[in-house]
Design a protein around this ligand. Structure first.
Ligand SMILES: [Zn+2]
Length: 149
């Protein structure tokens, strides 16, 4: 048998796209994300190991197809970064309010070129802890510090 390589031209868009979609759940079991690629296959941020989801088409590549089911924060958390500060607008699970993702511009989602999924926040298996759930090392938030008051 010759190797069959299906081209995108004759692929059935709806059927193949639906088959390739991955569903991710919060550790509380709530559905939070559906995306066209596994998070494990996406690049990670060097600073905090967050998964990078490209939200807009650029010369570096096309946006991922995804839908985030999360509550957007309207106020940013400010993080100290080498050479300056970064504002992060968190997206939280609508059920347990745990933050699952963030972007660097105010909501809605996809207003920034990238959406970041917090490491260990989401799992493909409903009700199961992701393998990296305990590996989270968050940089200290500047504006959320306890004991400064
Ligand atoms: Zn949750």
């Amino acid at each position: 048998m010759p190797k069959v390589v299906s081209s995108s031209a004759d692929a059935k868009p709806t059927a193949s796209a639906a088959a390739a979609l991955r569903v991710y759940y919060c550790i509380c079991g709530e559905f939070n994300l559906v995306i066209d690629k596994t998070l494990a296959a996406l690049p990670r941020r060097k600073t905090d190991n967050a998964v990078i989801i490209q939200t807009q088409d650029t010369e570096h590549g096309n946006a991922r197809v995804f839908k985030l089911n999360a509550v957007a924060a309207t106020e940013p958390i400010v993080f100290e970064r080498p050479g300056g500060y970064e504002r992060r607008y968190n997206f939280s699970c609508p059920r347990c309010t745990l933050p699952v993702a963030y972007q660097t511009t105010p909501p809605p989602v996809k207003s920034a070129p990238y959406l970041y999924i917090l490491p260990g926040a989401l799992s493909q298996a409903q009700g199961q802890l992701p393998p990296d759930a305990f590996d989270v090392e968050e940089p200290e938030a500047v504006s959320n510090r306890e004991g400064d008051k």
